[in-house]
Design a binder for this molecule. Sequence first.
Ligand code: AMP
Length: 260
Amino acid sequence: IGKPLGRGKFGNVYMAREKASGVVVALKVIFKKQIEKHNVLSQLKDEIEIQTRLRHPGVLRMYGYFHDEKRVYLVLELAPGGELFKRLQSEKRFGEAQTGKWVTQLASALQCVHANKVIHRDIKPENLLLDGNSELKIADFGWSTVAKDKRQTFCGTLDYLAPEMLTHGVYDFRVDVWALGILMYECLVGSPPFEVPDSVEETHKAIQEGPITYPPELSMGISSSAKDLIKKLLAKKPEDRPSLEEVLAHPFLAPHVSEA
Ligand code: AMP
């Protein structure tokens, strides 16, 4: 076990090397006491089941797990580029080429996630890691769920919550398409579109009813093609949102699709 890579809610993540093969991985160490305390055992089991099953370049691989008396260890693909969230904090926002590349990689990874009947439900920059080539990986499946029919559990992060999760609470795969739109906006602008600082109520209202606006100083620099895709992804009614296939066929992403 080598240097710490980060601190999580339930334990820490370390760089590690498997002695026999020499393969370098990330080892996520979770304390069993914390799992008990927060009553998240079934969530953790789902996370392990889902992440070991999904195989896609845009989904962080989970190679396996083991445990001892006090801890559970998840053996994960190493993502040396760290969280997209931290990159966004240091660079403030990204250009259209970089954003297009990541949106393409995420849409393509979500196709695989959905094809496996999984809804991620918590797509946001904190849950996306970058590898050594800045390729994007969906990392955290802690909120994911195997879609049965329509879901009613309330989860996710405020700024990325889809309107249907706030109103009738019944939702499906299309909440991830909404979150892709929020992410694309946040990458280009530097903050999410419906954020009202210090007011949960006003943020909810903006998500449900608010128009998509751009800060005047940035608006001119964002292409009409990018704005068109964001508008489509952030359709208030889930039935008006494009499928991921349609997203990948959008002209804004065309330069990146063959690379993903
Ligand atoms: P988490 O418990 O998943 O929130 O992880 C805590 C921190 O560890 C994250 O913020 C990352 O910076 C880092 N981390 C988690 N997983 C990996 C990984 N597979 N590769 C590199 N860093 C990671």
